[in-house]
Design a protein around this ligand. Structure first.
Ligand SMILES: [Zn+2]
Length: 488
C-alpha cells in the first residue's frame, strides 16, 4: 500500500490590503519532502498520524511539500499555482498510490481562484483516478464547498476552537482513509447549509455542549465522522457560510437527518455563542476594577489569526495615557522597530517609534521613551505542543506598560509569548493579547479572568460592517430571513 501526504494552508481575509505572496509561505511554514519535523503542527495535523500508521501497518508514505502562511489577504495567483503544481509534480512521481492525505486549512482564496482547495483536489483527482481514496483534514474556519465535498472521500474538521485537537483529528482522518482503502467502510457525505456567518468559541457554552454531543455520535449507528464548519467570516466568496458535514458508512438517510438536526441546533444558538465584547476603555476599566490578576484582554479586532496586521496601537495609547501600571501587550508586528531595538541592544533607553504602520486600522504609531528589555533572534511561542515562529523579537518597557514586538506576523497563542522575552505574565495586572480565541488554551491557565474586547483593528466583530459583494445571499446576519437546507 502507498499513501501520499502534503499540506497547503492559507486562511484568506479577502477584505484586507495585505497580499499573501509565495515568500509569506516560505517565511511561515515550508517543509520540502521529508523535511517536516517529527511532530504534527497546527496546519499539518495528519502527518504525525500518517507516519505512525505507516510504521504500524507497513505501508509506504510518500511525503510531499508542506506550505502554510499566516492568515492574510488573498494569495497571488503565482503563489498558489506554484505551490499547487509543486505538490502535483511530487504526486505524479509517486504514482500509483492507494490513498492521499492532505492538510488544507480550507479558506484559501487566490487571485483568480475562489475555492483553491476545490481546484487543488480536482487536479489531484484527475491524476490519481476515481478509486484512490482522498482524505482531507480542514480547519473549522473553512469554506466547505460542494466542489471539495464531491472530490474528497473523507473530510474531517478540527472540532475545537482554540484548535487544540489538530493531531487527534489527523489520526481520525488517517484511520478513515485506511479503512476505506481496505473496503471496510463506504463513506457517504451529508452536508447541511446553515446559511449563517460565524466563528464560535468551543471553550464556552452553548458551543461546548454541542461539540461534546457530536463526539458521542461518532463510532455508532454507522456514523463515521461529524464536523461543524463555522466558516471563515472574513472571506467574501460565494460559498462562505457555516455547514455541518456528517460522514456515514453508507447510511445516507441517517446522515442527512443528523446533519440537519445539528445544523438547526447551531442556528438556534447563534445569538448566544459569542462572548460579550467590551470597547477598549471598558475593557481596561473592567480589568482595573478586578481585585486580582492577571486579567487577560483579547484584542480580537487585531487578530493576525484572522489576517489582521497585529500592529493596532489603540490599547497601547489608552494604557499609556491612563498611566496604567503592570500592563503588557503582545504581539505587535513591526519588523523595522525590532531591527531598531536590536541595533540599540538590551538595556538601552531611547526615544522609540513602533506600531501603527500597515493601514488605517492600525492607528497611529506609539512614540515613547523606551527601555529595551530583551532581543531574541529567531524566537518562537508554543501552541498545543507545536512551535509557532515569531522571527526576531524585542520586548520593550515604557513606564508601566510593556510590549512584545515581533517580525514574523502571528497571533498570541502561548503565555511564553511574554515569558520568553523577560516579562512574567503571572506578575502582570493586565495582559492584552492580539488574538480572538487561540490564546485561550494557554492563557486561561494563568488568568484570573479572560475578557474580550473589540478595538478598532481590521476585523470588526459585526461582519455587517464589511463590504460583502460575492457571498451567496440571503445569509445571517447580513439578512434576517434565510433558507437553511441540506445541500449534499
Ligand atoms: Zn481556525
Amino acid at each position: 500500500m502507498r499513501l501520499f501526504y502534503a499540506a497547503l494552508a492559507l486562511e484568506a481575509n479577502t477584505f484586507l490590503p495585505l497580499p499573501t505572496s509565495y515568500q509569506a509561505f516560505v517565511e511561515k511554514i515550508y517543509y520540502p519532502p521529508g523535511k517536516h519535523p517529527e511532530k504534527s503542527g497546527h496546519q499539518t495535523g495528519a502527518i504525525g498520524a500518517a507516519r505512525a500508521a505507516a510504521k504500524r501497518h507497513g505501508f509506504e508514505l510518500i511525503e510531499g511539500s508542506c506550505y502554510a502562511a499566516q492568515p492574510g489577504g488573498a494569495a497571488s495567483r503565482d503563489a498558489y499555482e506554484r505551490m499547487r503544481d509543486e505538490i502535483l509534480v511530487q504526486l505524479k512521481a509517486a504514482l500509483p498510490v492507494d490513498g492521499c492525505l492532505f492538510n488544507l486549512h480550507g479558506a484559501m482564496v487566490a487571485h483568480g481562484y475562489d475555492d483553491c482547495e476545490g481546484d487543488f483536489l480536482e487536479h489531484v483527482r484527475t491524476l490519481v483516478g476515481p478509486d484512490c481514496v482522498i482524505g482531507v483534514e480542514l480547519d473549522p474556519h473553512c469554506h466547505l464547498t460542494r466542489k471539495r465535498c464531491g472530490l474528497a472521500d473523507i473530510i474531517v474538521l478540527f472540532k475545537e476552537y482554540p484548535h487544540t485537537d489538530f493531531a487527534a483529528r489527523g489520526e481520525e482522518t488517517v484511520d478513515l482513509v485506511l479503512r476505506a482503502i481496505r473496503h471496510e467502510i463506504k463513506p457517504v457525505k451529508s452536508v447541511f447549509d446553515c446559511r449563517l456567518l460565524a466563528s464560535f468559541p468551543t471553550s464556552r457554552q452553548p458551543m461546548r455542549a454541542l461539540v461534546d454531543r457530536i463526539m458521542t455520535l461518532e463510532g455508532r449507528d454507522r456514523v463515521l465522522s461529524v464536523s461543524i464548519g463555522h466558516c471563515f467570516p472574513y472571506g467574501d466568496v460565494p460559498e462562505c457560510g457555516a455547514r455541518v458535514l456528517v460522514i456515514t458508512d453508507g447510511a445516507k438517510p441517517h446522515g442527512d437527518r443528523l446533519a440537519e438536526e445539528i445544523g438547526r441546533e447551531l442556528i438556534a444558538l447563534r445569538e448566544q455563542a459569542a462572548p460579550h465584547f467590551y470597547d477598549v476603555d471598558g475593557a481596561i476599566d473592567a480589568a482595573l476594577a478586578a481585585p486580582d490578576g492577571p486579567i487577560v484582554i483579547a484584542d480580537a479586532a487585531d487578530n493576525a489569526g484572522g489576517g489582521a496586521p497585529s500592529d493596532n496601537t489603540t490599547f497601547l495609547h489608552r494604557l499609556i495615557a491612563r498611566g496604567v501600571q503592570g500592563a503588557a501587550v503582545a504581539p505587535i508586528w513591526d519588523p523595522i522597530a525590532v531591527r531598531l531595538a536590536f541595533d540599540a541592544g538590551e538595556g538601552a533607553r531611547l526615544p522609540f517609534r513602533f506600531g501603527g504602520k500597515t493601514g488605517l486600522t492600525s492607528g497611529s504609531p506609539v512614540d515613547a521613551e523606551v527601555e529595551i528589555i530583551r532581543c531574541v533572534p529567531n524566537a518562537h511561542q508554543m501552541f498545543a505542543g507545536a512551535i509557532v515562529p515569531l522571527g526576531d523579537v524585542a520586548s520593550i518597557r515604557m513606564g508601566g506598560v510593556e510590549a512584545v514586538l515581533i517580525s514574523t506576523r502571528a497571533q498570541a497563542m502561548g503565555t511564553d509569548l511574554f515569558s520568553n522575552f523577560g516579562i512574567d505574565p503571572k506578575a502582570r495586572k493586565i495582559l492584552v493579547v492580539k488574538s480572538n480565541q487561540h490564546f485561550y488554551a494557554s492563557f486561561s491557565r494563568i488568568a484570573a479572568h479572560v475578557i474580550y474586547a473589540e478595538g478598532d483593528g481590521a476585523l470588526p466583530r459585526d461582519v455587517r460592517k464589511l463590504p460583502w459583494s460575492r457571498i451567496q445571499r440571503p445569509i445571517w446576519p447580513l439578512d434576517a430571513t434565510t433558507e437553511p437546507r441540506l445541500i449534499i
